[in-house]
Design a protein around this ligand. Sequence first.
Ligand code: ATP
Length: 238
Amino acid sequence: QLADTPLAITGLHKSYPGKKAAVADLSMRVERGQIVGLLGPNGAGKTTALRMMLGLLRPSKGEIRLFGHRLGAGSPALSRVGALVEAPGFLPHLSGLDNLRYYWAATGRPMLQSHLDEVLQIAGLDTAAKRKVRTYSQGMKQRLAIAQAMLGLPELLVLDEPTNGLDPPQIHRMREMLRRYASTGRSVLVSSHLLSEVEQTCTHVVVMHSGTVAAAGTVEEITAIDGEVTFVVDQPRA
Ligand code: ATP
C-alpha cells in the first residue's frame, strides 16, 4: 500500500540563507484519487514545499517519496507527476491544440491522440481547441496550462494556485476540471490561500502556517474546526 501512495513527505525542512525556515517539519501524504488542498496564507511556505516535491529545490532535511521511491536528482518517479508551478508561455498565433502538440513534441515522448482528446475534454477546451490562443480568455489559458501539465495523464498532478486571477465562473470551470481528473483515480495536489476554494474543490486539506502543518484532514474535519483556521481566509491578490 505504501508503494502505491503517490506522495508521502516526512519531516521536510527548507531554509533560505538569513531567513527563518520557509518549510519546517512538514509531513503530509496524498493518496490515490484524492484532491488535496495545500492551504495557507501568502508566505506560509506552499510554493517552497511544492518545488521540493517536484525536485526543483533541494530540501535541507527530510524525505519525499513518490510512489514509494525516494525522490532524488532525476528520479524516474517524476515522470509520473505533472506540474504547473509557473504560467507557461504559449504561442498566441497557434491554436490551443497546436500549442499542446508543440510542447509535447519537445519532451520527446510519443503523443497519444487518445490522451490529447481526453485532456482537452477534461479541460473543457474540446470545442475551442482549434482556436488561436490569443482569442482565449484568462481562464481558458489557465486551463490550457493545466491541460499541458496533464498531457501524459500523470498519476499525480501538482498545481500552485491555479485559480489566481480568475473570476468565479472560471474558477468553477477549473474546479470541474480537477474533479473530472481525480474521478479517473488519479491524484491532485493544489495550493491555495482561500479556504472557500479548497472547501469546494478538495477531498482533503492540509493547512500550512509558518512552514508547518497547522491542521490536516478531510474537508469536513477541517471546516468543523471552529475559529482555529480562520487565519487562512485571506484576500485574493490582485
Ligand atoms: P505565496 O503564496 O506568496 O507564494 P507561499 O505559501 O507559497 O506564499 P513561499 O513562497 O514558499 O510561500 O515562501 C515562504 C517563505 O520563504 C517566505 O518568507 C518567503 O519570503 C521565503 N522565500 C521564498 N522563496 C525564497 C527565495 N528564493 N529566497 C529567499 N527566501 C524565499
